[in-house]
Ligand binder design. Structure first.
Ligand code: GTR
Length: 433
């Protein structure tokens, strides 16, 4: 981390590039080399009893799986803080040439020994006569990168240097406005009658080893504690926690329909979205865009990225206990299908990209398929496709999946599918302006 590195435009492309570079020569990319494995049964309790009905799932098995994930994977997050304030920094009712209402809100959370401030940017379609459903997603870059809108406040804390790909502490430049607009597809979202809310993930904790001291986790250290305990939350859990705190604000905003909020995320932020959706049932829909290893992909397949890769390259993401599973995926008392099952019976969309082998597309698909028995137990349709669908052929109902051509990214095609899915799941029709 170089605090005074020369400014270079931060863009999501830098991050996508780093992902490709991460792929190791010895990674398994051949199905024939995927070992045989058997998955833990999400419907068998820790004591060996079978879960036979929805009430036992909800009252006993679901909490057990949450506890496994809190102890072994993402770490334990603090409860919702008692004290929060939502400062309305600005409301512009004719943003984007009159197409959107733009709100900028500072979410102030009394967290542990200090205060966390997150800047939320919210766009809602104009002309709505009732509260609108919303997509909520953290950004890799900053609020100003979502659109070229000159009214968005420039981030003033962390930016990612496009050359070193490291996070540096400085103000986002004018030139970064709209730099990741392709990944957001704001026009499509508004056109469907939905809103978009986003917070820069660096507001919660900047993403590097040692970033903890600048983020919310440091506020919860006990006196004298400098390192997290083995089951203390990692950075992914902190980002998820930030999503839930943003939802706390959303529930107070009468222009938004809090019963129809989708939490969405790409890649590491897809992992964060899944964990937020798993824990926080206020999210009625969860969208994992190429969340890969440590997200939707089955770890036991060892295809592409492995647990050890996560633990060595990103030791700050997961908790201390998770390190025990490097090279020992077979010992996991969980796998991604159980994480996805925590979202049941709510709407779940998992997506992959053909060239994103590092994230293991088939593993992501199988994670969604194997969450099926829990969806069925709860009276929802499972993803039953026997074989992986072809490119651009989304499958499933309550649990839906697609794989598209191309690289690790969020594209217009991905958004088109999420919006159609939301239209069906939320039975929503855009109001004409
Ligand atoms: C990669 C990492 C993945 C994924 C990705 C990203 O380098 O190996 O697990 O999270 O970063 O967030 O772009």
């Amino acid at each position: 981390m170089t605090p005074r590195a020369p400014y270079v435009l931060l863009c999501a492309a830098a991050l996508m590039g780093s992902h490709a570079a991460a792929q190791k020569p010895d990674a398994i990319y051949d199905e024939a080399k995927v070992p045989k494995y058997s998955l833990p049964d999400p419907l068998v309790m820790n004591n060996g009893e079978r879960v036979r009905d929805a009430s036992i799932w909800t009252s006993r098995r679901r909490p057990e799986i949450l506890e496994i994930y809190r102890t072994e994977v993402y770490g334990r997050s603090p409860e919702r803080p008692a004290s929060m304030a939502f400062d309305v920094d600005s409301v512009e009712r004719h943003a984007l040439g009159g197409r959107a209402v733009r709100k900028q809100i500072t979410i102030c959370v009394a967290a542990g020994t200090g205060t966390l401030k997150m800047k939320a940017l919210i766009y809602l379609p104009t002309g709505a006569t009732k509260p609108v459903p919303l997509f909520l997603a953290l950004s890799f870059v900053g609020n100003e990168a979502v659109s070229a809108d000159p009214g968005v406040a420039l981030g003033d804390r962390w930016v990612r240097d496009a050359v070193s790909n490291e996070m540096v502490k400085q103000r986002a430049p004018e030139a970064s406005r709209g730099s990741s607009a392709q990944q957001w597809q704001l026009d499509q979202i508004l056109g469907h009658g939905y809103g978009l809310a986003t917070v820069f993930y660096g507001d919660i904790e900047p993403d590097f080893v040692g970033g903890m001291k600048y983020g919310v986790r440091s506020l919860f250290l006990k006196p004298g504690q400098t390192e997290p305990a083995a089951d203390d939350w990692g950075a992914i859990a902190a980002w998820s926690w930030g999503l839930s705190r943003t939802m706390d604000y959303v529930e107070t905003d009468r222009d938004i329909d809090a019963a129809r909020v989708a939490v969405m995320g790409h890649s590491r932020l897809g992992k964060a979205a899944l964990w937020a959706g798993a824990q926080d049932t206020r999210f009625s829909m969860v969208i994992s865009n190429e969340s890969g290893e440590g997200g939707a992909a089955i770890s036991r397949r060892l295809y592409g990225e492995r647990t050890k890769d996560l633990n060595t390259r990103f030791p700050h993401w997961f908790d201390g206990n998770f390190k025990r599973y490097s090279d020992h995926e077979d010992r996991m008392p969980f796998d991604s299908h159980m994480l996805l099952a925590l979202i049941a019976p709510r709407a779940l969309y998992v997506s992959s990209a053909e060239e994103d082998r590092w994230s293991d597309p088939r593993g992501e698909f199988l994670g969604a398929v194997n969450a099926g028995p829990v969806y069925e137990l709860l009276g929802e349709k499972a993803l039953t496709a026997e074989a992986m669908p072809g490119l651009h052929q989304p499958v499933g109902h309550t649990v839906r999946y697609h794989i598209r051509a191309g690289k690790h990214d969020v594209t217009a095609y991905d958004w088109e599918q999420y919006l159609k899915f939301a239209d069906v799941q939320w039975s929503h029709k855009a109001q004409s302006p």
